[in-house]
Design a protein around this ligand. Structure first.
Ligand SMILES: Cc1cc2nc3c(=O)[nH]c(=O)nc-3n(C[C@H](O)[C@H](O)[C@H](O)COP(=O)(O)OP(=O)(O)OC[C@H]3O[C@@H](n4cnc5c(N)ncnc54)[C@H](O)[C@@H]3O)c2cc1C
Length: 227
């Protein structure tokens, strides 16, 4: 940040969808009668301003049983020593390949159309391409006299037909990377190599996938052999 400070972000799989809610004395989640809790549950996120609770959450991440209990002490320190408010957020995702039946007069762009987790680091790019292509569709689909908007509607249909497979390809990559990073056990060198291979295959034609994959593994393991 401008003042020399850093924002520390940590991402982990939690067993309960209510993991971010405040706990009562018995370790259970507070009653729904508490409107703050209700609001947080609806939003799937919570800003924790109370320094004691923020410290408790930070410790629970790195202590025994926490998702970062076996991480390197330097990384644990980055979490433990961070100060200020703590923001807990859930990540949501639409199913890969999600589509809707076209409705005249309305369409969607960006996350509203194809919400994916950030693991591919591509959501903004897809959203900007959607915006560009929809803008072109609207300007190209200028209504002819008396067509009742048919030309515009056809242009929006063409935008949707082009957008779905383009977004699906990226959503699939994000989904595969999410499963690899978060659900394949420890982050070992083989997971890093597999992630690089997935990115490389995403950028190359199908015919070259075996080469892209082999080069990715050679890069990661070659580096470790050569030191
Ligand atoms: C942690 C994280 C890391 C990410 N990292 C990357 C990355 O490295 N690279 C990348 O390409 N993408 C990344 N993304 C994805 C990227 O942020 C999104 O794909 C992108 O912001 C989608 O843009 P959007 O305009 O569709 O939606 P948004 O950016 O969500 O914009 C929607 C806007 O609508 C507003 N809004 C919502 N409801 C209403 C309402 N009722 N009335 C008025 N306004 C409303 C919201 O406040 C928001 O400002 C990341 C996402 C997350 C969560």
């Amino acid at each position: 940040m401008g003042d020399g400070s850093l924002i520390v972000a940590a991402s982990a799989v939690q067993a309960s969808p209510d993991w971010f809610l405040p706990q009562d004395r018995d370790g259970g989640k507070q009653d729904d009668a508490n409107s703050e809790t209700k609001k947080s549950r609806n939003l799937g996120s919570r800003i924790i301003d109370d320094p004691e609770e923020a410290a408790r959450i930070r410790s629970s991440l790195v202590e025994e049983g926490g998702p970062f209990a076996d991480w390197h002490p330097l990384l644990q320190d980055a979490i433990r020593r961070s100060a200020g408010r703590c923001v807990a957020r859930s990540l949501y995702v639409l199913p890969v390949g999600f589509r809707w039946k076209h409705r005249r007069g309305i369409t969607l762009v960006g996350d509203a159309a194809h919400l994916m987790t950030p693991y591919a680091g591509e959501g903004v790019n897809v959203a900007m391409e959607d915006a560009l292509k929809l803008a072109r569709a609207i300007t190209d689909g200028k209504p002819a006299d008396g067509d009742g908007g048919d030309a515009l509607d056809a242009a929006v249909v063409a935008y949707e037909e082009e957008m779905w497979p383009r977004a699906e390809k990226v959503a699939r990559l994000a989904d595969e990377l999410l499963k690899l990073w978060m659900f394949s056990g420890k982050v070992t060198r083989s997971v890093v190599a597999a992630a690089i291979a997935l990115h490389a295959k995403f950028q190359t034609p199908r015919l070259l996938h075996p080469v892209a994959s082999a080069l990715s593994y050679a890069l990661v393991y070659g580096q470790s052999i050569l030191g």
